[in-house]
Design a protein around this ligand. Structure first.
Ligand code: MG
Length: 259
């Protein structure tokens, strides 16, 4: 807890320090405590959990009080906690990402990785994403959910400590807060990209490739994240950092026999 007895939040993202989704997250968190913003100075979407090792990092204080860092979301969380904040935050909040982070998205997402870094540093962490379409976000719809985000944060804060080694991945449905069906605990669905690699020519006629676009197909059961979003619910997926496949581990005697 902060000296005043309120909560101290670190807010970051992967869309950059001036992203409107970050504004919405800050406004939602300010209703409950003190907010420090440390965010990348440019878009770092799909940066995953990258750490900058090969050049120094600079944290510049903007006129609005936020810090912007010439690094990745993971760099931002590390700098904030280890150097920029006078005390450790009570929560690391990342987002609100302009676009969903469901299914395998969490493996690429800088938004989710920032929350993972918070958790790795021992701080309860939550990632927020707005599932408002794959090719552009209507920011007014994120703004319309600020109250819903505050309500969700209030719930997280009210829990007697979040489960250890767990971060929460929240996706918000693209609808006004008064039309949200509720909150559903979910598991990750499956996502299949099609035609997401485009072969092109540069201005000099040389072949180049551009990753992005295409179409996305989702699959998964009724308890999956994308189904919750489709049905108008806020999706909350608990994640942990241990990628071990425990079923394989338990069956290891059958899986491997000495020759
Ligand atoms: Mg992003």
């Amino acid at each position: 807890m902060s000296p005043a007895g309120g909560l101290r939040f670190l807010c970051t993202n992967d869309d950059g320090a001036i992203a409107q989704g970050l504004d919405c997250l800050v406004r939602a968190a300010e209703a409950l405590g003190e907010v420090t913003v440390v965010a990348p100075d440019r878009e770092q979407s799909a940066a995953s959990h990258a750490l900058t090792l090969h050049h120094p990092l600079r944290a510049r204080r903007r006129s609005d009080g936020r810090f912007q860092v010439d690094g990745t979301p993971t760099d931002c969380v590390m700098l904030a906690v280890e150097a920029l904040m006078p005390e450790r935050p009570d929560f690391v909040l990342s987002g609100v990402n302009h676009g969903q982070n469901m299914g395998e998205d969490v493996l690429y997402s800088g938004t989710v990785a920032a929350a993972m870094e918070g958790l790795a540093l021992g701080i309860p962490s939550i990632a927020f994403s707005f599932a408002g379409g794959d090719h552009g976000t209507d920011v007014s719809l994120i703004t319309a959910q600020i109250d819903a985000i505050t309500a969700l944060l209030r719930h997280f804060v009210s829990l007697a400590g979040l489960p250890a080694d767990t971060l929460f991945n929240v996706n918000l449905p693209p609808r006004p807060s008064d039309q949200i069906a509720g909150v559903r605990l979910t598991r990750l669905g499956r996502r299949v990209f099609s035609d997401s690699l485009t072969r092109m020519r540069d201005p000099w006629g040389k072949e180049i490739f551009w990753i992005g676009g295409g179409t996305i197909a989702w699959s998964g059961g009724p308890d999956s994240d994308f189904r919750a979003i489709q049905e108008g619910y806020i999706s909350v997926t608990p994640l942990h950092l241990d990628l071990t496949h425990f079923d394989i581990l338990r069956s290891s005697e059958r899986w491997w026999r000495e020759p």
